[in-house]
Design a protein around this ligand. Structure first.
Ligand SMILES: [Zn+2]
Length: 123
């Protein structure tokens, strides 16, 4: 079965992905900034008092931020993979069964690598 996505559709998804990429990058930069602030505040606190009562809170905040940062990084990688698939012509093809992924699904999730059926099976 040949996969046919019109150049206009591909272009639309590419634009969408590039926008998502810019968003994720922005978030990434924002949190990287926030994290260096936390890091600075943290080293101040430990210089004053090793047993700072705010210590655990800082640690919690730190791990939350680390998680957000990891999410943004994963999203960037996903978007990059989708863009690479657009470039090599495999975009919109299920990585598992090779069937075409519904455009409606790609609209909702432009980085989708699996068709709805395979995605359901993976859960
Ligand atoms: Zn599939």
């Amino acid at each position: 079965m040949t996969v046919t996505m019109t150049p206009a559709q591909l272009e639309r998804f590419q634009a969408k992905l590039l926008r998502e990429r810019a968003d994720a990058e922005e978030r990434f930069a924002e949190f990287a900034d926030a994290m260096s602030e936390v890091r600075a505040a943290r080293s101040d606190a430990s210089a004053d008092d090793e047993h700072d009562p705010e210590g655990p809170t800082m640690t919690q905040e730190w791990s939350q931020r680390t998680a957000v940062l990891a999410d943004a990084r994963a999203e960037l990688a996903e978007v990059d993979r989708a863009l690479a698939r657009i470039a090599d012509g495999s975009y919109g093809v299920c990585a598992n069964c090779g069937k075409r992924i519904a455009v409606a699904r790609l609209d909702a999730r432009p980085t989708a690598e699996l068709c709805i059926d395979c995605a359901r099976l993976q859960r």
